[in-house]
Design a protein around this ligand. Sequence first.
Ligand code: ATP
Ligand code: MG
Length: 274
Amino acid sequence: RVNRDDFMRALEEVHPAFGVSEEELQQVIQNGIIHYDGIVDELLKSGLLFVEQVRSSTRTPLVSILLHGPPGSGKTALGASIAQSSEYPFIKLISPDNMVGFSEAQKVSAITKVFTDSYKSPLSVVVVDDIERLIDWTPMGARFSNSVLQTLLVLFKRRPPKGRRLLIIATSSLRPMLTDLGLSETFDSELRVPPITSLRALEHVVQEVELFPSDQHRKRAMRMLEEAGFGGGDEFHPKLQIGVKKLLSIIEMARQEPENVAERLTSALLDLRS
Ligand code: ATP
Ligand code: MG
């Protein structure tokens, strides 16, 4: 039987709360969060501590954190996931992917609008994804959009109006560059998102996404990786440095050839090294 509560719940499901871009967030966590290593839980837990701090402390109406780490290590997904689990009434993602073809002025105005909107909500979280791409950073000649950078610098420091609280979660793959641009002092805390560096963590991922039809198949593949020089078990291995994003894409590629999954996986990982 469907009762009123069910009905109200259904309504909520259809209409996301005002200010929450549910779809956008979901999209960047498409492959879920795999708990391949203790560090994943630690990062989520640290993120949630800031969420709680902003929610409960009247002394810190503005907190900003930076998730940084090598390309594909999972920064965007983790940031979005922390934002989503905050359950704040206002949750927005500022992503360069949604600003393709924008002029500098349009970018500045889109970014500013998200922050201005956030000031209307008692509790907000804004994910500022991929700072280097937002400012159009080009290593060649160290060029970037100064107007977008200045906008970020101002907004990262601006306290929300009285009674409003804001958590900013920024991500970047180029931590050292942020110092040069004067952006690093603005963060209250930095969390490093590392790549996968042990076979155990890698095995956890392939198991989670059910790459192999049986435990034996998986174990055989793991032996193959050990023999290829990727260390074993928990051991940190300098030759094994792969972001979870890249690993997932290699896994999907290997899956296309069901008779040779282990071989494809091994050779793709070996290719990364060379
Ligand atoms: P880039 O450097 O290109 O911006 P990124 O570091 O932001 O990459 P994501 O875009 O977040 O990486 O990609 C990570 C992908 O891996 C997502 O599809 C996410 O769903 C999936 N994923 C699985 N487990 C995890 C995890 N523990 N942490 C983060 N992402 C994970
Ligand atoms: Mg990203």
